[in-house]
Design a protein around this ligand. Structure first.
Ligand SMILES: Cc1ncc(COP(=O)(O)O)c(C=O)c1O
Length: 448
């Protein structure tokens, strides 16, 4: 049992509170720490006092002190509603007591194992549990440390299993920024500085949702061993494929002996109102990548593939892909707690139920001239606006009212709503009211 204060950190209760802004963000402490960070950390990845400058996108310069449920408290005492779920990690909410208890329990036993050399019991249990969860036939789990790492595993699996280096991927799509994952990520700004390291001749990029005849033509190239796809595009603009497109892609891959990799790092574990986004259309990929929500806040990810495909990794020597922190015991313990919670609290069903409520409320935005589209599934929604500056101003106005949200998509024009699956209805309604209010406070959103 954890101490009460661990369950209910000061100012956050059970994480079911509404926002409270006591100092306009960024407050003085945020500014002080951000300036200090700037002195010591490499540029580009940190939170700077100038973060709301036009170039910096929506990196609001606040610093998180505590979080619980759907609430985040910043270093200046402001309480927010987190509509990012921490990049989709906090599906069961921030610091769920069961996840914290699992971390504590495991921290008292074993903090670190011997990766690929000596396993530990929780790794055995988590591998079994993931095999039960994944919509993959006769599944085998390959653990990874991050989402990008899981994508690397999947791409390497395809190369080993098929002997072909070619990969079909889709635009837009985000699969991570390590070199292999970056090679299939679409955004030019991420790719261009490293273009000569990305084996461009092996990568075939098509539009997400393109006609099946185009896919068929590309798969005809004898060099392609795998197709990688986000079943619902997340960071790159919350895009749903046309109905039937994913099953069509799966069928074409099967026909051409190409392995289908579903990147469910964002969409997995209930985010779209089903266990995995491929479940909406009954697609069973050859490989599935997952991460983010799995660890409940601790880093862990996996590529899960058909046993026949994963057989390619069997070796009598050193593993061909591994990492020091592979299947960390504390992360495994937290992941098991997350899987328990998703089932016991029926969070997947909850995401599906809250989707219709969100859809109804967000439909109002369709009338606003600056809003180009509203779309989503489960608890992953996007509001596409006319310009990056509009999105940026809306995100800023929302932050000032106590809402954390991000703008994504290739041009940063899509506001992402991605709350914890545990967000209360009261919080969700309040968030939507504040979002309206923020839109009204942003002249560009309501004008023209
Ligand atoms: C679909 C998808 N794939 C891969 C990744 C990369 O995961 P990570 O940032 O954990 O490396 C992300 C991260 O946002 C993602 O959304």
């Amino acid at each position: 049992m954890c101490a009460a204060e661990d369950h209910e950190p000061k100012g956050l209760g059970r994480g079911d509170r509404l926002p409270r802004i006591v100092t306009p963000p960024p407050g003085p402490e945020a500014r002080r720490l951000a300036a200090l960070l700037d002195l010591h950390e490499a540029p580009g990845v940190n939170t700077l006092p100038t973060a709301f400058s036009a170039q910096a996108g929506d990196k609001g310069p606040i610093l998180w002190l505590r979080a619980r449920g759907a609430n985040v408290l910043d270093v200046d005492g402001n309480r927010y509603l987190d509509l990012t779920a921490g990049f989709g990690v906090a599906a069961v909410g921030h610091r769920h007591p069961r996840v914290v208890a699992a971390a504590r329990r495991q921290a008292g036993e074993l903090l670190h194992g011997l990766g690929d050399v000596h396993a530990h019991p929780l790794r055995v249990e988590l591998a079994r549990r993931l095999c039960d969860w994944a919509p993959v036939d006769d599944p085998r789990v390959y653990f990874a440390v991050s989402g990008s790492d899981a994508v690397e595993v999947a791409l390497k699996t395809a190369a080993l299993a098929t002997g072909k280096s070619g990969v079909l991927c889709f635009d837009p799509g985000y699969h991570g920024l390590t070199l292999g994952a970056l090679s299939v990520t679409s955004r030019p700004a991420f790719r261009q500085p490293f273009e000569n390291r990305l084996a461009p001749r092996t990568i075939h990029r098509l539009d997400f949702g393109c006609p099946s005849s185009t896919i068929e033509q590309a798969l005809g190239a004898a060099t392609i061993g795998a197709a990688i796809v986000e079943p619902v595009v997340g960071r790159e603009g919350v895009l749903l494929p046309p109905r039937g497109w994913l099953p069509g892609l799966a069928a074409l891959c099967r026909r051409h002996g190409v392995l289908l990799i579903a990147d469910e790092i964002f969409t997995g574990f209930g985010r779209t109102g089903s266990r995995f986004a491929v479940d909406h259309e009954g697609v069973r990929p050859d490989l599935l990548c997952c991460g983010k929500a799995l660890g409940g806040g601790l880093p862990i990810a996996a590529a899960i593939g058909r046993a026949e495909v994963m057989e390619c990794w069997r070796t009598t020597g050193e593993p061909l892909h591994t990492a020091t922190h592979l299947a960390n015991p504390v992360s495994c313990g937290c992941a098991i707690a997350v899987l328990d919670l998703l089932a016991e609290e029926e969070l997947v069903e909850r995401a599906a139920a809250l989707a219709s409520l969100l859809a109804r409320r967000l439909a109002n935005y369709a009338d606003r001239p600056a809003v180009k589209d509203v779309r989503g599934r489960g608890l992953l929604w996007g509001i596409e606006v006319d310009r990056r500056e509009t999105a940026h101003a809306w995100v800023k106005a929302a932050l000032e009212r106590g809402l954390l949200l991000l703008a994504g998509g290739p041009q940063g024009r899509v506001l992402q709503l991605c709350p914890p699956l545990t967000i209360t209805q009261r919080q969700l309604f309040a968030a939507l009211d504040l979002l309206d209010d923020a839109a009204l406070g942003v002249p560009r959103v309501s004008r023209r």
